[in-house]
Design a protein around this ligand. Structure first.
Ligand SMILES: [Zn+2]
Length: 367
């Protein structure tokens, strides 16, 4: 997957490749941008371009071949979610005492280390930065450049301070990527020692254009719906499960209908019964919460007479009916409760989400 496969932010990508070409690539770089804009994908592509054994050029700028041993091993880190889940599971299987001392990393190449936030707090911890310090001063063995990719900017205080020391004098053969949704979350002293590069969310048209190629089986109406729902995140568009979303949204509509219009909870209970605890159930609940959230947001747009912002454009009649039974205060309160449940789920990554939290949230809204 060469740079031509990266979607959006073409000017930024060209500038970064130009720095590579001129050997002026920064040793610490903050890639900032909204979720799904391609921060991680781009950092891995740059790591490949730095270390590709064939070092091809495209449009006169450095690219990567995708076939050499360095490219192939780095490609194994592309699916971050899966690699992360594997690392979590491997740690779960350790003895209790070892578990405490083991930090999470994703590493598919000896010279390139991906550092995700460590659960359950989902923060970058001291021991993770320690691993960076222990390895960064050794010349790379099989790559030209040692690369470290921090996938999140939530650092424990001690970890951030240690990273700062590395940034004061990084070795010439190492590059550190710091990925963040908001560069302001990083210590000012870390920011001042890094180059800050901002990626933008993609436009709806850019995402639709991407879907025309990737999801030719979808109708234009479906592509327009997904482009609206993804809100500029190409990463979400790539893996969007339209069937699952439509099913979750049908449940969300039933739940809102029963709360707002019919006041008959039989259907509601039939639905919540199908949501089980455990890993499978968690995905399903998350989809339901996301669907509920997007419908509630659309209800706000309908109520505030800005239908042009509505994303679920294919169910506008239903949204209109629902909005007639509710008001702004109810919708914002329901959205707040849902946000609470979602935050709780993120914190308890490894615990199976109890349906109780979800039901309670809705009940509090209904009362
Ligand atoms: Zn290569």
């Amino acid at each position: 997957m060469p740079f031509s496969d990266f979607h959006g932010n073409q000017e930024v990508v060209r500038r970064l490749r130009d720095m590579l070409a001129r050997n002026h690539f920064p040793q610490a770089i903050v890639l900032a941008g909204p979720p799904g804009c391609g921060k991680y994908t781009l950092s891995l592509m740059l790591a490949k371009a730095m270390n590709c054994l064939e070092a091809p050029l495209a449009d006169g700028l450095p690219d990567f071949c995708g076939r050499c041993s360095n490219c192939v091993r780095l490609a194994q880190s592309e699916d971050l979610e899966t690699r992360f889940a594997e690392a979590v599971e491997a740690r779960e299987n350790l003895r209790e005492t070892d578990k405490k001392e083991t930090r999470l990393f994703v590493q598919t190449h000896p010279d390139v280390l991906v550092i995700p936030p460590d659960p359950p707090q989902m923060m970058i911890k001291m021991d993770q930065v320690r691993r960076v310090i222990e390895t960064i001063y050794y010349r790379p063995g099989e790559a030209k450049e040692r690369v470290y990719i921090f996938t999140d900017s939530a650092f424990m205080k001690e970890a951030a301070n240690s990273l700062l020391k590395v940034l004061e004098e990084p070795p010439e053969f190492a590059t550190i990527f710091l990925l963040t949704e908001n560069a302001g979350e990083l210590l000012p002293t870390i920011r001042s020692r890094s180059m800050i590069v901002t990626l933008c969310a993609l436009s709806r048209q850019e995402i639709e254009g991407y879907l025309v190629k990737q999801r030719s089986e979808w109708t234009p109406k479906q592509r327009a719906l997904v482009a609206r729902l993804c809100e500029g995140a190409i990463g979400r568009a790539r893996s969007f499960d339209l069937v699952a979303y439509t099913a979750a949204r049908a449940h969300a509509l039933t739940i809102l209908n029963s709360a707002l219009r019919t006041h008959d909870h039989t259907e509601l209970f039939k639905i919540t019964e199908t949501y089980r605890a455990g890993a499978d159930g968690r995905d399903k609940i998350e989809r339901l919460l996301n669907a509920l959230y997007s419908v509630l947001q659309d209800l706000i747009y309908v109520s505030s007479k800005t239908p042009v912002l509505v994303r679920n454009t294919d169910i506008q009649n239903e949204l209109q009916l629902l909005s007639e039974s509710t008001d702004f205060a109810w919708i914002t309160m329901a959205a707040d409760r849902l946000a609470e449940v979602k935050r709780g789920m993120r914190r308890n990554l490894l615990r199976s989400l109890s349906l109780d939290a979800f039901a309670t949230a809705l009940e509090r809204v209904q009362s």
